[in-house]
Design a protein around this ligand. Structure first.
Ligand code: AHR
Length: 499
């Protein structure tokens, strides 16, 4: 029997809703086909956006969407993507399959997509191959309300009112595809570029995100912060509001990542162990950030995370299309629990990527659409958005094979403004259920509602069988005088809401 002790009297930091954010790049079939089909498509759409996909995204309360990349961002010239579509410049998408990008989805379309979803906007600027002027003018085009060359151009292109840009990324992966820079070089470029990202809206400032490290490159974090350090007093809103971190979970290595659907128990545990490594990374980078920013004014922004496998056989290798199983559900559950636990520093995270690319929440094929196991996890966890983390501890035992051992259970707990407590619990064991007793400090349990996602580790949804893995009601619990008790099945994600 595992005891889950919750101290509901000890509210910790608020879980920023943006931790449940997403990422959409001009890559494969994410934007085109996945989100945007154009006004003339036979697929039901509103202003070109797929109605079925938008509806599904609203159900998981997508809080923020990052665009246009990724590596694509540092090759993207925003002026190519505005104005009459037939006149828009075509370009080669050099990173992703070498296909022709016709720029029919640009700034206006992205803003329209976010309007339909009802989410905040995170635009990633081009520092790698773009100019300071280009970046500055993009912000003016989007956010300036009065009379100016860029605001006038926006109006000519049919949008009278300025938009709100909530977050702006000053380059992406500038240690790699975004210019192969050294940390000191990038940090100096960041200082320069960010100067010209003006705040035209006093009540809605643009939060600036600095490019952070890849995985465990602590040297990058240290040097970037050191080089920008004399701005410490300005580590207030408006200089650096966030520092990014990218980490992907690969069961194998970059040459042979492993199949999305065909794996054994050994690979199951190895993947989950690698997902848990996110906790080590956040602690490591936080320790450096704490030295330069002890008041935690700079948010850690994990704006790319998720599983990365070999592409589905027969699909374009440059399109990164992969299936999504119960293993992905567990990776999502664990990772979101880690983010919740670090909500004092992690202020945003963006799963890569929204539709048809890497660990997507939705897959499409023509007019067909399927929600992945990862989608259901985001649906279950949405109650944590803007809630307060609660202190919790769970007894665990090690499960796994050989060197790949993981704790069998992993949890996070929050309370919202209405006093409803949400427990998200993962059973990482491929085979063994576990008896759990939830114990509160003082709370007398009232209403309990629970849902579960469970199955065999390789279970997944297909276009032919869309409901093999779906969130189901879970009623097999007992209310005790201290809390609740139940048995959590092997390989599952459980969500309990207690009033
Ligand atoms: O998400 C796919 C790619 O992974 C992104 O374009 C890049 O930033 C990262 O390397």
């Amino acid at each position: 029997m595992a005891k889950l002790v919750i101290n509901e009297c000890k509210r910790k930091d608020r879980i920023n809703a943006e931790i449940y954010g997403h990422f959409s790049e001009h890559l494969g079939r994410c934007i085109y086909e996945g989100l945007y089909v154009g006004e003339n498509s036979e697929i039901k759409n509103t202003n070109g956006m797929r109605d079925d996909v938008v509806e599904a995204l609203k159900e998981i309360k997508v809080p923020v969407l990052r665009w246009p990349g990724g590596c694509f961002a540092d090759e993207y010239h925003w002026k190519d993507g505005i104005g009459p579509k037939e006149k828009r410049k075509k370009m080669i998408n050099t990173h992703w399959g070498g296909v022709v990008e016709d720029n029919s989805f640009g700034t206006h379309e992205f803003m329209e997509l976010c309007r339909q979803i009802g989410c905040k906007t995170y635009i990633n600027g081009n520092l790698g191959s773009g100019t300071v002027q280009e970046m500055s003018e993009w912000v003016e085009y989007m956010t300036f309300e009065g009379v100016s060359p860029m605001a006038d151009l926006r109006k000519e292109n049919g949008h009278e009112q300025s938009w709100r840009v909530d977050y702006f990324g000053v380059g992406n992966e500038n240690w790699g595809c975004g210019g192969n820079m050294t940390p000191v070089h990038y940090a100096n470029e960041f200082r320069r570029y960010q100067t010209y990202i003006r705040n035209y809206k006093a009540d809605a400032p643009v939060a600036k995100i600095c490019c952070g490290a890849n995985v465990d490159d602590y040297h990058w974090t240290e040097d970037v912060l050191k080089t920008t350090h004399d701005h410490t007093p300005k580590y207030l809103h408006g200089f650096m509001d966030g520092l990014s971190l990218h980490y992907y979970t690969l069961p194998g290595n970059w040459d042979s990542k492993g199949s999305a659907t065909d794996f054994d128990e050994e690979v199951w545990y190895r993947t989950l162990k690698k997902a848990l490594y996110m906790d080590t990374l956040i602690k490591g980078h936080s320790a450096i950030m704490n030295q330069y920013d002890p008041d935690k004014k700079i948010g850690m922004i994990v704006d790319e995370w998720g599983c990365w496998y070999d592409v589905e056989p027969g699909t374009n290798p440059g399109f990164l299309f992969q299936q999504n199983t119960m293993r992905d559900a567990l990776v999502a559950g664990i990772t979101l629990n880690i983010f919740n636990k670090h909500c004092d520093r992690v202020k945003m995270a963006n799963l890569a990527q929204l539709v048809n690319v890497l660990q997507s929440v939705i897959l499409t094929e023509g007019e067909k659409m399927v929600k992945t196991p990862t989608y259901h996890v985001f649906h279950m966890y949405k109650e944590h958005q803007n809630a307060y983390l609660l202190e919790s501890h769970i007894d665990t035992k090690e499960v796994g094979i050989g060197e790949d051992k993981v704790p069998n259970l992993y949890e996070s707990v929050s309370v919202n403004d209405q006093g409803i407590i949400t427990i998200s619990l993962n059973n990482l064991s491929a085979n063994d259920a576990e008896e759990v007793e939830v114990v509160f400090a003082e709370k007398v349990v009232g209403d309990v509602k629970a849902t579960i996602l469970s199955g065999d580790m390789k279970d997944h949804n297909t276009f032919e069988n869309t409901d093999r893995v779906i969130e189901k009601d879970f009623t097999d619990f007992k209310v005790t005088n201290k809390g609740v008790s139940f048995v959590i099945p092997a390989c599952s994600v459980l969500n309990i809401r207690i009033n």
